[in-house]
Design a protein around this ligand. Structure first.
Ligand SMILES: *[C@@H]1O[C@H](CO)[C@@H](O)[C@H](O)[C@H]1NC(C)=O
Ligand SMILES: *[C@@H]1O[C@H](CO)[C@@H](O)[C@H](O)[C@H]1NC(C)=O
Ligand SMILES: *[C@@H]1O[C@H](CO)[C@@H](O)[C@H](O)[C@H]1NC(C)=O
Ligand SMILES: *[C@@H]1O[C@H](CO)[C@@H](O)[C@H](O)[C@H]1NC(C)=O
Ligand SMILES: *[C@@H]1O[C@H](CO)[C@@H](O)[C@H](O)[C@H]1NC(C)=O
Ligand SMILES: *[C@@H]1O[C@H](CO)[C@@H](O)[C@H](O)[C@H]1NC(C)=O
Ligand SMILES: *[C@@H]1O[C@H](CO)[C@@H](O)[C@H](O)[C@H]1NC(C)=O
Ligand SMILES: *[C@@H]1O[C@H](CO)[C@@H](O)[C@H](O)[C@H]1NC(C)=O
Ligand SMILES: *[C@@H]1O[C@H](CO)[C@@H](O)[C@H](O)[C@H]1NC(C)=O
Ligand SMILES: *[C@@H]1O[C@H](CO)[C@@H](O)[C@H](O)[C@H]1NC(C)=O
Ligand SMILES: *[C@@H]1O[C@H](CO)[C@@H](O)[C@H](O)[C@H]1NC(C)=O
Ligand SMILES: *[C@@H]1O[C@H](CO)[C@@H](O)[C@H](O)[C@H]1NC(C)=O
Length: 382
C-alpha cells in the first residue's frame, strides 16, 4: 500500500508549509502511481541528492505546469551517461517540466514551443541566460516530441489540479550544438559553406542565434547563382549572414508574431516572414524561402530548414551591429515566460491563463517543499 504510506509521510512533510494543498498532493501521488511511473519517481529520488535538484523539486507544482514523464520502458532505454549522475539527471528532469498552460488543440501550425526549467550553464547558451525550450507537435491527436534521437510520443495524460502529466515513450534529449543539428539533418552543403566562410565556430559561440538553413537540394538549385558570385568572398559571406539573426532566438511562433514587421539579419538586411495555408516563408531582399522544418532547437538558439537559398549578398554593417546591441540589451531584461512561446491563448474555463507574460522564477522557488519530494517519500517507504 504505497499510496497510504505516501499519504502519512505527506502529512509529516507538509507540516511546515502552510500553503500546501494536501488534497491536491494526495491526488497527484495517486495519479502518478496509477500511471505506473516508478522509474520516474526513482529518478526524482536521485535528483533530490543535489541542491540544484532540490530547487527543481521545490519549483514543481508552484503553478500551472506540464510535466513530461517518461514511462518505465523509456528509462530502461535511456543512455547510461545521462542517468548515472545526480547532476545530469537533474538537468534531464528539469527539461521535462514546462511552466504554463498549453492548449494543444490551439497550436501554431504543427509546433508548440514551451520554455522548460533547464538552465544549466554547461548545456544552455541562450541570450540573457534564458532557460531552454522544448518543441512538440500535436497532429491528429498524437503529441510528438520534436528533435529527438529516439521517436517519442505521449501515450497517456492526466491532470491533477494545475499539473498536466504527459506520459512519454522515451526520455527527452535536450538540445546539442549547431554542428550536431546540421549533421543530424543532412545539411552538408550549408555546413561546408559555413566552414569555408569561417562562420561555423562564430555561430556556435554566440548566445542566442536563429539560423535559416537551406537544404542540400536548395544549394544544388542555387549553384548557378552562387558560382556567379563565387570569386567574391564578401558577397558569399553576406549571403550566409543573411540566413542568420544574430543575438536573438526566433522560434516559429515569434516569426508569426512579427506580422508585417522585420527583423535584422546578421548582415544587417531586413528579414520578413509570412504565413498562409501553404506554410511559413521568409524573405530577405528579393529572395523568398519556404520553411520546411521549423524549430530545430539548438543549445544556443534555433534552426529552421528552408527550401531555397536566400540570394541576397548585400549588407549594412551599422544596421547589423545595432541589431546585435539591441538584442543584447533586450536579453539582459529577459524574463521567464510560461505558456506557448509566440502565442497568447485565451483563458481556459478553469481560469488558468498562459499569458506569455513574465513571471518571476525567484518567487516560485520560495515554496520550500516539493510535491515530488512527497511522491518520493512514498516510493522510498519513509
Ligand atoms: C485543493 O485541491 C483540490 C483538488 O485539486 C481542489 O479541488 C481544491 O480547490 C484545492 N483547494 C485549494 C484551497 O486550493
Ligand atoms: C492511462 O492512465 C490511467 C490512469 O490515469 C490508467 O488507468 C490507464 O490504464 C492508462 N492507459 C495506458 C494506455 O497506459
Ligand atoms: C494553481 O496555480 C495557482 C497560481 O497560478 C495557485 O494560486 C493555485 O493555488 C494552484 N492550485 C493548486 C491546486 O495547486
Ligand atoms: C551521452 O552520450 C551520447 C552518445 O555518446 C551523447 O550524444 C550525449 O551528448 C551524452 N550526454 C551527456 C549528458 O553527456
Ligand atoms: C539523412 O540521410 C540519411 C541517409 O540518406 C537518411 O537515412 C536520413 O533519414 C536523413 N535524415 C534526415 C533528417 O533527413
Ligand atoms: C565584392 O563585392 C562587393 C559588393 O558588390 C564589392 O564592393 C567588392 O568590390 C567586390 N570585391 C571584389 C574583390 O570583387
Ligand atoms: C554577431 O555579432 C557579434 C558581435 O557583433 C559578431 O562578433 C559576430 O561575428 C556576429 N555573427 C554573425 C554571424 O554575423
Ligand atoms: C503563400 O505565400 C508564398 C510566399 O509568398 C506564396 O508563394 C504562396 O503562393 C502562398 N500560398 C497561398 C495559398 O497563398
Ligand atoms: C503540418 O504537418 C502536416 C503533416 O505532416 C503537413 O502536411 C503540413 O504541411 C504541415 N503544415 C505546416 C504549415 O507546416
Ligand atoms: C523588410 O524586409 C523586406 C525583405 O528584405 C524588405 O523588402 C523591406 O523593405 C523591409 N522593410 C523595412 C521597413 O525595412
Ligand atoms: C483550446 O483551444 C480551442 C481552439 O481555440 C478551443 O476551442 C478550446 O475551447 C480550448 N480549450 C480549452 C480547454 O481552453
Ligand atoms: C529531499 O532532500 C531534502 C534535503 O536533503 C530532505 O529534507 C527531504 O526529506 C528529501 N526528500 C525525499 C523524499 O527524499
Amino acid at each position: 500500500m504505497r499510496f497510504s504510506t505516501a499519504f502519512s509521510t505527506l502529512a509529516l512533510l507538509a507540516a511546515p508549509v502552510a500553503s500546501q494543498n494536501t488534497t491536491f498532493l494526495t491526488e497527484l501521488v495517486q495519479q502518478l502511481q496509477s500511471l505506473g511511473l516508478t522509474s520516474f519517481i526513482n529518478a526524482s529520488t536521485v535528483v533530490n541528492q543535489t541542491s540544484t535538484g532540490q530547487s527543481l523539486l521545490a519549483e514543481l507544482g508552484s503553478g500551472p505546469q506540464t510535466v513530461f514523464a517518461p514511462n518505465n520502458d523509456a528509462w530502461a532505454g535511456a543512455l547510461p551517461n545521462v542517468t548515472s549522475s545526480a547532476e545530469s539527471l537533474t538537468e534531464l528532469l528539469s527539461y521535462h517540466v514546462v511552466p504554463g498552460t498549453f492548449n494543444t488543440t490551439a497550436t501554431y501550425p504543427n509546433t508548440t514551443i514551451g520554455r522548460t526549467l533547464l538552465n544549466s550553464s554547461d548545456v544552455v547558451f541562450l541570450e540573457g541566460n534564458k532557460r531552454q525550450v522544448l518543441a512538440w507537435s500535436d497532429l491528429s491527436g498524437t503529441v510528438t516530441i520534436l528533435n529527438q534521437n529516439t521517436p517519442n510520443i505521449v501515450v497517456n495524460s492526466t491532470t491533477v489540479g494545475n499539473i498536466t502529466v504527459h506520459v512519454t515513450t522515451a526520455v527527452i534529449d535536450y538540445p546539442g550544438d549547431l554542428e550536431a543539428a546540421l549533421f543530424a539533418n543532412n545539411l552538408t552543403s550549408f555546413t561546408s559553406a559555413l566552414q569555408n566562410a569561417s562562420l561555423l565556430d562564430t555561430l556556435n559561440r554566440q548566445h542566442g542565434v536563429t539560423i535559416f538553413a537551406p537544404s542540400d537540394a536548395a544549394f544544388a538549385a542555387a549553384q548557378q547563382n552562387l558560382s556567379a558570385a563565387g570569386s567574391n568572398a564578401t558577397v558569399l559571406t553576406n549571403v550566409l549572414r543573411n540566413h542568420v539573426i544574430n543575438g536573438t532566438t526566433v522560434y516559429s511562433g515569434n516569426l508569426i508574431e512579427l506580422g508585417g514587421s522585420n527583423v535584422t539579419t546578421g548582415a544587417g538586411e531586413g528579414l520578413s516572414a509570412t504565413f498562409n495555408s501553404t506554410g511559413g516563408f521568409v524573405t530577405v531582399g528579393n529572395s523568398t524561402a519556404g520553411i520546411t522544418t521549423p524549430d530545430i532547437v539548438l543549445w544556443n538558439g534555433v534552426l529552421h530548414i528552408v527550401d531555397s537559398v536566400l540570394l541576397d549578398g548585400d549588407s549594412d554593417e551599422s544596421a547589423a551591429s545595432s541589431a546585435v546591441s539591441s538584442a543584447n540589451a533586450a536579453a539582459t531584461s529577459s524574463t521567464t515566460e510560461s505558456g506557448p512561446i509566440g502565442f497568447t491563448p485565451t483563458p481556459t474555463s478553469a481560469g488558468n491563463v498562459a499569458t506569455g507574460s513574465s513571471s518571476s522564477s525567484a518567487s516560485s522557488l520560495e515554496i520550500p517543499l516539493s510535491i515530488f519530494g512527497i511522491v518520493l517519500a512514498g516510493a522510498l517507504g519513509i
